[in-house]
Design a protein around this ligand. Structure first.
Ligand SMILES: Nc1ncnc2c1ncn2[C@@H]1O[C@H](COP(=O)(O)OP(=O)(O)OP(=O)(O)O)[C@@H](O)[C@H]1O
Ligand SMILES: [Mg+2]
Length: 479
């Protein structure tokens, strides 16, 4: 049989459920002959516990067993592990049981005594089925992630990478660390990971680690027993258990005090918590997504964040780019906020004028998407029924002149000329050195007279009535 078999199920892992030890051993031997690894249990309860721990490709169960029988097991597995195919073993000629098995959403049934070739074919089909349904699931998650309009907006290359990572990790239980400046959408990413995961029907619990006073952290996270301390009139389950079978979002994890970090690490490793004042551990099955706007590696190097905890949470990392690095996403988002505002007011959406769009593209958005959202709400109030003009935007955005010096341009629209770059850099160095021209020239490695000449040249350009735009004055340009 081995030689003609397609390798579909080779290396697969099967769970054999049968209270008859001899029968299950014989079956396990047959499976091994088929290159399928097998684990054996004698009750449905054990089977249900084991599928939580290991990734089986197929379950093969007998029907008649003490306690929960094979058909009940089948129905239960269809609920909790819909992607896991179950093959039910029935007595020869027992059609009623076979029909009942299929009704209980068994994937297939086999009659005893087992025929090795039929077994091989059934296991192959089941394993193939499982792989396909996982693949379909993954693809659907990917499509949902990119097409989900209410979710994370953005088609720039930097955001496309974010979408791809989300779609890729959401179906797993991997711990995710979301990093990004304030207002970049870290919480939205965490929610999306939850919504696209098999845990979507479970709870999404969000906690801001910075907002909980230190003395309360332990009982908030791990729970407490009744009477554990003066105010503990009733027992309380902590956040880890509250998010059981769902996702716990640990926002601003970089703010967690060091002594709490030690406890957190222990809990994440053991997947159990011990409530304050209790003597027993409580197990939980909670996916962790953490977020921070700090540079955690830097925090680690300054011993403000524990290295071991950092590695524990930095399994999959999503770096959310600041809004200023998302190119025309700014305009897509602006329009999305205009449309949402209009829908709330029951009115048609306002347009965006070209000069407003230019200002939005040029601005550096220190508050990122949240700042843009507020900016568009304000603009809607000002513009009433007209398209949004530059005058409807906050003055700091209208007046903004990009003068940052960085060479990290990610976007072709951000490229400036060498002349512009030179002027910006010189001005920046002068500003940093308290406008001391002698020191600036020394630091720039040029003659003092050369510096004066350059400054004079730029000054003349500025004061000429028919002047061309001065280097560095470009509206969109940020380099
Ligand atoms: N890509 C996006 N598409 C649509 N809305 C977005 C996007 N990113 C952020 N938002 C919106 O911007 C606001 C800020 O997002 P969020 O609260 O997730 O940011 P954050 O990174 O958690 O900020 P903070 O660090 O300040 O907590 C929210 O209203 C969110 O819905
Ligand atoms: Mg947040």
């Amino acid at each position: 049989v081995n030689t003609v078999r397609a390798a579909t199920s080779a290396g697969a892992l099967a769970l054999v459920v049968d209270d008859d030890i001899e029968a299950s051993e014989a079956l396990a031997r047959s499976l091994v002959d088929l290159d399928v690894r097998a684990r054996k249990v004698t009750t449905a309860a054990e089977a249900l516990a084991l599928v939580d721990e290991e990734r089986f490709d197929v379950v093969i169960t007998d029907v008649r067993m003490p306690g929960m029988d094979g058909l009940q097991l089948c129905a239960r597995l269809a609920q909790v592990r819909p992607e896991l195919p179950v093959v039910v073993l029935t007595g020869l000629g027992n059609l009623a049981t076979a029909v009942a098995a299929l009704r209980a959403r068994a994937y297939d049934f086999l009659t005893k005594p087992l025929d090795l070739e039929l077994l091989a074919a059934a296991v192959d089909r089941a394993v193939q089925h499982k792989r396909l349904s996982e693949e379909v699931y993954r693809l659907r998650a990917e499509v949902d992630a990119t097409a989900n309009l209410s979710g994370l907006v953005g088609g720039s290359s930097t955001m496309r990478r974010v979408h791809e990572t989300i779609a890729h990790v959401a179906p797993s239980d991997a711990t995710v660390l979301v990093c990004g400046e304030t207002g970049t959408g870290k919480e939205l990413v965490a929610r999306q990971i939850h919504d696209l995961s098999p845990r979507r029907c479970g709870p999404f619990v969000s906690v801001n680690c910075a907002a909980i006073p230190s003395p309360l952290l332990e009982s908030e996270f791990f729970g407490h027993a009744r009477g554990a301390f003066t105010d503990a009139k009733t027992a309380r389950v902590g956040l880890f258990v509250e998010a059981h079978r769902g996702t716990l979002f640990l926002d601003e994890i970089g703010e967690m005090p060091l002594e709490m970090q030690v406890k957190l690490l222990r809990v994440l490793q053991g997947r159990t918590v011990r409530p304050v004042g209790s003597s027993t551990d409580v197990a939980f099955d909670t996916r962790i997504v953490a977020a921070t706007n700090r540079d955690l590696e830097e925090e680690v190097s300054h011993k403000r964040f524990r290295e071991d905890l950092f590695y524990r949470i930095n399994v999959v990392r999503i770096d959310l780019p600041p809004l200023r690095e998302r190119g025309s996403d700014v305009l897509v988002l602006a329009q999305r906020f205009l449309a949402a505002g209009a829908a709330r007011a029951g009115q048609p959406a306002l347009g965006l004028s070209t000069d407003a769009a230019e200002k939005l593209l040029a601005y550096h958005w220190p508050g990122n998407v949240r700042e843009l959202e507020n900016c568009m709400e304000r603009a809607m109030a000002f513009a009433k029924n007209r398209p949004i003009g530059a005058g409807d935007l906050p003055p700091n955005i209208v007046a903004y002149r990009p003068d940052r010096f960085t060479v990290e341009a990610n976007d072709a629209a951000e490229i400036v000329t060498l002349g512009q770059l030179e002027r910006r850099y010189v001005m920046r160095v002068l500003a940093l050195l308290g406008n001391n021209k002698a020191r600036a020239a020394a630091r720039l490695g040029i003659d003092r007279r050369t510096l004066y000449r350059k400054l004079e040249h730029w000054e003349q350009l500025r004061s000429r009535p028919d002047r061309q735009p001065i280097e560095g004055e470009a509206v969109h340009g940020r380099c």
